[in-house]
Write a protein that binds this ligand. Structure first.
Ligand code: SAM
Ligand code: DTB
Ligand code: SF4
Length: 342
């Protein structure tokens, strides 16, 4: 195998050298070596891979909507929607939104330039019944608007994934969140293997996989590399890899975590780009704490999507006009075109 410590000079980074097939055998040590490269080299390498695999220079705008908020039985320590911390966070629970409300939001997002609409439910898992049928209608409605429909509904089984595929779902978001080693410090109510099993059902149903994680929860750099190792071992790689910086919500057990060093976010994005060259790398939660310049660096280091709209699921996100200006300042274009004239 090639010595990947000098991959920029020896082989096409992220691939098996001469051919363009992405690699799935990255070791955690190799990934750690990339994460630790001198920043100028790391960003150069990531930008080179990015240009080779994503010639068009576009950024996808994905809008998010929480279709069912709060009261989630899981204990994810970062999450304001967990019922375990509801007394401390004070987040109001809401029942599932109706289909018309969701489709009206999707239309607004489309008019503002988004080409992907992601709907999130604070569920531990999907359960058959009227609520799931309602979500299937939302998926049908969003796809019929010509947008990529994405949902994140917790765990699911094969039959449920097949029904989502039939309804026209483009992607299912289910994150690993962190490395297998650190995972138990963040979540105890579902296992890492549960997550991998859900992702396998999504893949088997022919739905695109959106899978990434969070940095800034107290994990080590080896944990960050370990999470990327599991993602890159997936064959094919997840089509979409969201990298979130922890939003430390007051009342959650992780409220006092140190803010993520902006350059660590750049490093994480650049490394994801290098080892998963064809994936869409999403600069996700945490942008309100990052300067314009940090976000520009992330775009230069290979991020080619952002969440767009005033809200993520329950927390704030930058202004849409600022985001369009940011993309223009980077010399990039919005995927799909609608927002480029704004
Ligand atoms: N309940 C579903 C699940 O866990 O798969 C879907 C919704 S959940 C909110 C989706 C993802 O959002 C989580 O896996 C996590 O990576 C991310 N997330 C949640 N709270 C966050 C926070 N405070 N900061 C950064 N990312 C967060
Ligand atoms: C993902 O990786 N990040 C998004 C999306 N997938 C669903 C969610 C971020 C949530 C941030 C906390 C909140 O707004 O509640
Ligand atoms: Fe529930 Fe998802 Fe939040 Fe975990 S991340 S508490 S599963 S909504």
């Amino acid at each position: 195998m090639a010595d990947m410590t000098d991959s920029a000079n020896s082989v096409r980074p992220g691939t098996n050298g001469g051919d363009a097939a992405p690699r799935h055998d990255w070791s955690t040590d190799e990934i750690l070596t990339i994460l630790h490269k001198p920043l100028s080299e790391l960003v150069y390498e990531a930008q080179s891979v990015h240009r080779r695999f994503h010639e068009e220079g576009t950024v996808q705008l994905a809008s998010l909507l929480s279709i069912k908020t709060g009261a989630c039985p899981e204990d994810c320590k970062y999450c304001p929607q967990s019922a375990h911390y509801a007394n401390e966070t004070g987040l109001e629970r809401e029942t599932l939104l109706d289909v018309d409300t969701v489709l009206a939001k999707a239309r607004l997002a489309k008019d503002a330039g988004a080409t992907r609409f992601c709907m999130g439910a604070a569920w531990r898992e999907v359960r058959e019944g009227a609520e799931f049928d309602q979500v299937l209608d939302m998926v049908r409605g969003v796809s019929s608007l010509g947008m990529e429909a994405c949902v994140t509904l917790g765990m699911l089984n094969q039959e449920q994934a097949d029904r989502l595929a039939e309804a026209g779902l483009n992607s299912y978001n289910h994150n690993l969140d962190t490395s297998p080693d650190f995972y138990g410090k963040v979540i105890t109510t579902r296992t890492y293997q549960d997550r991998l099993d859900t992702i396998a059902c999504v893949r088997n149903a022919g739905i695109k996989v959106c899978c990434g994680g969070i940095i800034g929860m107290g994990e080590s750099e080896r944990d960050r590399a370990g999470m990327l190792q599991v993602l890159a071992a997936m064959d094919p790689h997840p089509e979409s890899v969201p990298i979130n910086a922890l939003v430390p919500v007051p009342g959650t057990p992780l409220e006092a975590c140190e803010p993520v060093d902006p350059l660590e976010m750049v490093r994480m994005i650049a490394t994801a780009r290098i080892i998963m060259p064809q994936s869409r790398v999403r600069l996700s939660a945490g942008r309100t704490e990052f300067s314009r310049e940090t976000q520009l660096l992330c775009l230069l280091a290979g991020a080619n999507s952002i969440f767009y709209g005033e809200k993520l699921l329950t927390t704030a996100n930058p202004d849409t006009a600022d985001d369009i200006a940011l993309i223009q300042e980077a010399g990039l274009r919005v995927l799909g075109g609608a927002a480029n004239e704004a």
